[in-house]
Design a binder for this molecule. Structure first.
Ligand SMILES: O=C(O)CCC(=O)C(=O)O
Ligand SMILES: [Fe+2]
Length: 369
């Protein structure tokens, strides 16, 4: 199967006004709406290594009772826990209208619940400038080292699977499942805090997203096993992703990095302990023999991926936005629909990802690289 059915090269400029070659990874004849959010690749602009910066989580400013976001006397705002351990769904509020007090409380709620889903949103129609500004409130925006972005906005990671671009399907040809739990780009030294995922077009059924609570995953472990993991770091690597992209003819805009992060991460605001390993990017446990590391990671990956009792699964529609905290959850796309079938297939959205702090573990254990 072709990786990408349609790629054309256009002349364009980047954010600094430099001329670039833009690879357009869709067929522009077939899209009537939201075509400005379809996948493109700047194949010219190189980005330097990400520099460390001061990060202060907005959740620190929040009133824990959330009187601004979820006022008790307002019948039109509904917040429903989707499962006991992870996921809250909110209706009656527009993300686009939140004031700073509400955003601070939202940051805390996302940390506490792992993922917060907003229904009936106008967010997708407020335009890239306002969408970006909303994301930037929570932290510096991440530029993906290899992924598709959208025209003129390299911080927007394009999510697209349609007949004219089957690239995201590639992996499912060689694996039994499309399930792939990960924490976004966890190989970075300063890893993502909040990811904001907005869907523009979705299949009638299928294409859900799943999240696992890494706080609940840690809680379930036995006390001796927790103590053992508390003192260890694991290597997270961006090399495989960069090598796959280069193999598939994509431009690597930032050289890959690796980080050794604490296996048990402490959230800076809630102080909750969460497992911080994922099958997507975590390669080995530092300081263990290969067989020990493989054996323990296998147990942890199976625990995260298979434990439905610490997971939540969201059905999308085209007015839904999900925000999650990558420090306390892992998530997976669920590509169960037939993209070749006109009635089933097309799914389009965009992701904005904010960077958080350099991870800190138990007793102040720091990441290294
Ligand atoms: O497409 C999805 O459901 C999730 C994709 C994903 O992993 C992400 O946006 O970070
Ligand atoms: Fe992701």
């Amino acid at each position: 199967m072709a990786q990408t059915l349609t790629t054309t090269i256009q002349d364009a400029t980047n954010a600094s006004g430099q001329p670039i070659k833009l690879a357009v990874a869709y067929d522009d004849q077939v899209h009537k709406q939201y075509s400005e959010y379809l996948p493109v690749y700047d194949t010219t602009t190189k980005f330097p290594a990400t520099e460390l910066f001061e990060f202060s989580d907005r959740g620190h400013n929040a009133d824990p009772n959330k009187p601004n976001l979820l006022p008790k006397d307002n019948d039109s705002i509904h917040a429903t826990k989707l499962t006991p351990r992870v996921g809250t769904e909110i209706s009656g509020l527009q993300l686009s209208q939140l004031n700073d007090d509400q955003k601070d409380e939202l940051a805390l709620l996302i940390a506490e619940r792992g993922v917060v889903v907003f229904r009936q949103q106008d967010f997708k129609d407020i335009g890239p400038a306002k969408q970006k500004e909303f994301g930037q409130y929570f932290g510096r925006l991440h530029v993906h080292p290899v992924g598709a972005h959208v025209k003129d906005h390299i911080e927007f990671h394009s999510i697209y699977l349609g007949k004219d671009n089957l690239y995201r399907l590639g992996r499912s040809n060689t694996r039994l499942t499309t399930t792939g739990y990960h924490s976004d780009v966890s190989y970075e030294h300063q890893t993502p805090a909040i990811t904001i995922l907005t869907m523009l077009q979705v299949p009638e059924t299928g294409g859900d997203t799943g999240w696992a609570s890494q706080v609940a995953a840690y809680d379930r472990l036995s006390e001796p096993f927790k103590r053992f993991l508390d003192g260890l770091r694991a290597e997270h690597s961006g090399y495989g992703q960069a090598e796959n992209a280069a193999r598939d003819g994509h431009f690597v805009r930032r050289d890959p990095v690796k980080s050794d992060h604490p296996i048990v991460r402490v959230h800076p605001v809630t102080k909750q302990k969460a497992l911080f390993v994922n099958p997507g990017f975590t390669k080995r446990i530092v300081g263990l023999k290969d067989e020990e590391s493989q054996g323990i990671l296998k147990i942890l990956f199976k625990h995260i991926s298979a434990s439905q009792d610490i997971q939540v699964r969201i059905k999308w529609d085209d007015r839904t936005v999900a925000l999650w905290d990558n420090r306390v959850t892992a998530h997976t796309a669920i590509s169960d629909y037939d993209v070749g079938d006109d009635g089933e297939g097309l799914r389009q959205g965009f992701r904005i990802t904010t960077l958080g702090e350099v991870p800190t573990g138990v007793d102040g254990l720091k990441s290294q690289w």
